[in-house]
Design a protein around this ligand. Structure first.
Ligand SMILES: Cc1cc2nc3c(=O)[nH]c(=O)nc-3n(C[C@H](O)[C@H](O)[C@H](O)COP(=O)(O)OP(=O)(O)OC[C@H]3O[C@@H](n4cnc5c(N)ncnc54)[C@H](O)[C@@H]3O)c2cc1C
Length: 375
């Protein structure tokens, strides 16, 4: 093959997922001409060049890390198992952020919304615009399946390929793994851990488990928009304190007036096709039921953290170990960004207060790089 063609091929492949090394070696061995060998060698080297950073997760914080890496001239890619900002895409269709839009802005791109607080749909438009404006290097619909440190680099295996990186940023959020109740009937199709919209619950008997924002939003929307008969089961003796201040009186008043009955200090103990059992302070109560919305929260993918030997606290919080100055975990070269930093405490970090992680991480990586150059 002509030299120029080979060079073009090598350069265009430089941005595609690294082939499995064994595949490359097999091709390498069958490539015999000296001209071909020279250019294949170049191709092999380009394809094996480790990224400065691989960012796992294209949520708002993964995107912020990509922008900072790009500003600093580092080679990077953002690997995302679903679509762009996959978690937000899966939020309830009519959700409204509690933050005002300017507090969610990233990379100097203005976030213009109809009212002060963005809707999910406005947020999705914003993140698409942001990724396009910065021309971010994204690998979407590609799940990271395993990672490990091999010598001085990290090898990352995904559903579509394999990569090498000098540094890893884990920005995988918390929205993929629901906290299960561990009760009989939880796996029935009528039990949902994600609330999407009110319509499917029209004129149905719906039990909402939980008392935080997601539970309250789902209960109010199903009651008001779908004319559902909504009942709530709440472990504590009140609606969670951090429920949005403009929503909290609404739910409290609906409970007080009996439009949405609630069992406090209670928990769900069994689910059957047509009814559920609730353990209340007054004893076991059985009520008719069509759907259970188990808004019991979510947890980060701890297995991914453990693959990289990240230490988790031994208490129920399972807080990952990292330096808050740099976001570097106890495994050198692995950084934590965004909501994943909180372990089981998934409301400690959110978009607003964790955008700053991206700057700290890239600042530290750039610092390490310049030290290596000097020595
Ligand atoms: C209903 C609701 C309303 C909220 N409102 C606000 C608000 O008003 N203001 C605010 O600041 N915060 C708000 N939050 C919180 C905020 O959305 C999260 O804190 C934020 O999404 C965290 O961003 P992140 O980038 O850390 O994680 P995420 O947005 O969860 O992104 C993580 C990404 O990683 C991907 N991923 C996971 N595992 C893998 C893998 N193995 N391989 C590849 N990709 C993977 C996921 O698909 C996902 O896209 C709200 C949350 C909810 C649920």
């Amino acid at each position: 093959m002509h030299q120029k063609v080979m060079l073009l091929l090598a350069e265009s492949l430089a941005n595609t997922p690294l082939q499995k090394p064994s595949l490359i070696s097999a091709q390498y061995e069958t490539f015999t001409s000296s001209e071909g060998l020279f250019f294949f060698d170049k191709l092999y080297k380009i394809m094996n060049t480790p990224y400065d950073i691989l960012i796992i997760g294209a949520g708002p914080i993964g995107l912020a890390c990509g922008i900072e890496a790009q500003k600093a001239g580092l080679s990077y890619s953002i690997i995302e198992k679903g679509c762009l900002v996959n978690s937000i895409y899966n939020y309830p269709k009519n959700m409204q952020f509690f933050s005002t839009s300017e507090r969610l802005e990233i990379g100097g791109v203005p976030f213009i919304t109809h009212t002060d607080k963005p809707t999910r749909s406005e947020a999705l438009t914003y993140y698409r615009r942001l990724a396009a404006a910065w021309g971010l290097d994204l690998k979407l619909y590609e799940a990271v399946e395993s990672l490990k440190k091999e010598g001085e680099y990290f090898s990352v295996n995904t559903s579509k390929g394999a990569y090498l990186a000098k540094n890893i940023v884990i920005a995988t959020g918390f929205y993929d793994i629901p906290n299960l109740m561990g009760i009989p009937g939880e796996n029935l199709p009528k039990v949902k851990h994600y609330y999407d919209e009110a319509h499917p619950y029209a004129f149905q008997k719906v039990l909402v488990v939980g008392a935080a924002n997601s539970a309250v939003d789902a209960a109010l929307e199903a009651y008001r928009k779908a004319h559902a008969s909504v009942t709530m089961v709440i472990r504590e003796n009140e609606i969670a304190k951090n429920v949005k201040y403009w929503v909290k009186p609404d739910i409290e008043n609906r409970i007080k007036e009996g439009s949405i009955p609630a069992y406090f200090h209670s928990h769900l103990v069994a689910i059957r096709e047509k009814e559920v059992d609730i353990q209340t302070p007054e004893g076991l109560v059985t009520i008719e039921n069509d759907f259970v919305l188990a808004m019991t929260g979510y947890q980060p993918n701890f297995k991914l953290l453990q693959m990289l030997d990240i230490v988790l606290s031994e208490d129920a919080m399972r807080t990952p170990s990292y330096d808050p100055e740099t976001q570097e975990s106890n495994t050198q070269g692995v950084y934590l960004a965004g909501v994943v930093c909180g372990g089981m405490v998934t409301n400690k970090w959110f978009i607003e207060n964790s955008i700053i992680h991206s700057k700290k991480i890239i600042h530290h990586i750039v610092g390490k790089k310049s030290k290596q150059k000097v020595s």
